[in-house]
Design a protein around this ligand. Structure first.
Ligand code: GLA
Length: 374
C-alpha cells in the first residue's frame, strides 16, 4: 500500500500593511480560495518525478543528489528537499508529484510561497515528520532566502499555514503573535485586478528596499542603540534624522512607520464595521507605496486612480511586493460586473494590455486529503 495525498495551498491577499513584515511590523492578510493543488504519491527507490500541469513542464530529482537548479520554479521544490534532507537530516521517501494551479503566477498573491508551503506541508504529512507550523514557516523563509534569492518576510507563509475560512489575520511579524478577526463585509467584496505586468520579486528592487530599511535603522541606532526593528521608531524620532539620512532612505522609513500605524487603525475600523474609513486607509497606503516607497508602477496607479469616480468602490491599492501584479479593491458586490467591463476597456485603451479581474473569498490556507492507493 502506498500513500497518496492531495494538498491544497492557497494564495493570500493582504488588506493593508505592505512591506512592513521584514521590518517587524503588523500586517492584515488572509488566505483565499485560489489555490495550488499538489498530488503527492510515495514511490519506492530514490527518484522523484515532478510534473507541473500548469507550466506543462517537469523534472526528475534523485533524493541522494540534491543541487540547486538553473530553472527557478524547480528550486521551490528542490529547496524544500535540501532543507529537509541535507540541513535537517530527515528521512524522506521518494515521491511523484503533480502540480496544478488556479493561482495566477507573479500576480502578487503569493503563488511561490503557496507552492513551497504546499510541498513542505505535504512531505511533512506523508513522512510523519511532525514539523510545527512555525518550522514550516522557517523552511519557506530558508528556501526563499537561500534558493530563490528573495529576502522576503514571513507574511505569505504565515498566512498560508495559519489561514482560516472567513478570518483575517492580524499578525505581529516581530514575534509571530496573531489574532483572527472575523471577516464580514456584508455586501462588499474584494476584487483583484491583475495588471498582467511581469513582476519578478527576486528582482533586485525588493531586496534593495530591505537593505534601505536596515540602513535607516542602523543610522538611528548609532544614536539610540535600542531599536530592534524600524517600526519601533516613532515618527518624531525619525524626524530628528531627516537631514542626516538620504532623502530616499528617510522616505522609506517614514512609509514603513506610517504603514504600520495604518494596519493597527484598519484592524480597529474593520472590527467596528467602519468600512469606508478602512477604505480611505487603503488609498493612503497606495499613495505611500507610490510616492515614498516607490514600488508602484504606472499601470497600478492607473487602476487605483480609475476607481476614484466610482462611489461603489470604497478602497483600492496595489498589493504585495509591487512593480506590477494586482490591485486589491473593496467594491459593492452588485457593481463588480459593471466595473470590470469599464476598467477592462479603459486599461486596454490606455496600455494595449488585457487585464484579469476576479473576486476572492477567504478560505482555509492549507488542506491535506489522504487517499489510499491499493
Ligand atoms: C512579498 C513578500 C512579503 C511581503 C510583501 C510586501 O509578498 O513575499 O514577505 O514583504 O511582498 O508586503
Amino acid at each position: 500500500m502506498r500513500n497518496k495525498i492531495i494538498v491544497e495551498a492557497s494564495g493570500r491577499i493582504n488588506l493593508i500593511g505592505e512591506h512592513v513584515d521584514y521590518n517587524g511590523g503588523f500586517v492584515l492578510p488572509a488566505s483565499i480560495d485560489k489555490k495550488i493543488i499538489i498530488e503527492i504519491h510515495s514511490v519506492s527507490g530514490e527518484k522523484c518525478n515532478i510534473e507541473s500541469k500548469t507550466l506543462d513542464k517537469g523534472f526528475k530529482i534523485n533524493l541522494k543528489k540534491i543541487y540547486k537548479s538553473k530553472i527557478q520554479w524547480q528550486n521551490y521544490i528542490i529547496g524544500v528537499l535540501y532543507n529537509l534532507i541535507v540541513l535537517k537530516k530527515l528521512k524522506i521517501e521518494a515521491f511523484n508529484c503533480k502540480i496544478e494551479s488556479n493561482l495566477p503566477i507573479g500576480a502578487g498573491i503569493s503563488s511561490s510561497s503557496a507552492l513551497i508551503c504546499g510541498i513542505a506541508s505535504g512531505l511533512n504529512y506523508l513522512n510523519n515528520l511532525k514539523l510545527t507550523n512555525d518550522e514550516i514557516i522557517d523552511i519557506v523563509s530558508d528556501v526563499e532566502h537561500n534558493f530563490i534569492g528573495l529576502m522576503g518576510g514571513i507574511m505569505d507563509q504565515f498566512t498560508i499555514v495559519n489561514g482560516k475560512k472567513n478570518k483575517l489575520i492580524l499578525l505581529n511579524c516581530q514575534n509571530r503573535n496573531f489574532k483572527y478577526i472575523n471577516f464580514d463585509f456584508n455586501n462588499y467584496k474584494f476584487l483583484l485586478i491583475n495588471t498582467n505586468i511581469e513582476h519578478n520579486l527576486a528582482d533586485s528592487a525588493y531586496n534593495e528596499r530591505v537593505k534601505e530599511c536596515s540602513e535607516a535603522l542602523s543610522v538611528i541606532n548609532k544614536k539610540y542603540n535600542k531599536y530592534n526593528s524600524l517600526i519601533e521608531v516613532e515618527e518624531n524620532i525619525l524626524n530628528e534624522f531627516k537631514s542626516i539620512l538620504k532623502e530616499k532612505i528617510y522616505n522609506r522609513a517614514l512609509f514603513v512607520i506610517q504603514e504600520n500605524q495604518r494596519t493597527h487603525d484598519s484592524a480597529n475600523k474593520i472590527s467596528n464595521s467602519k468600512l469606508k474609513e478602512f477604505g480611505e486607509l487603503m488609498y493612503k497606503s497606495h499613495y505611500g507605496l507610490k510616492n515614498l516607497y516607490e514600488v508602484s508602477c504606472k499601470e497600478l496607479d492607473f487602476l487605483v486612480e480609475f476607481t476614484s469616480n466610482h462611489e461603489e468602490i470604497i478602497g483600492s491599492r496595489m498589493m504585495g511586493g509591487g512593480f506590477g501584479g494586482c490591485t486589491i479593491n473593496l467594491i459593492k458586490e452588485n457593481y463588480v460586473d459593471n466595473f470590470v467591463d469599464l476598467v477592462s476597456q479603459a486599461y486596454l485603451d490606455k496600455f494595449h494590455i488585457k487585464l484579469n479581474a476576479f473576486t476572492v473569498n477567504i478560505d482555509n490556507g492549507i488542506t491535506i486529503k489522504n487517499i489510499y492507493d491499493f
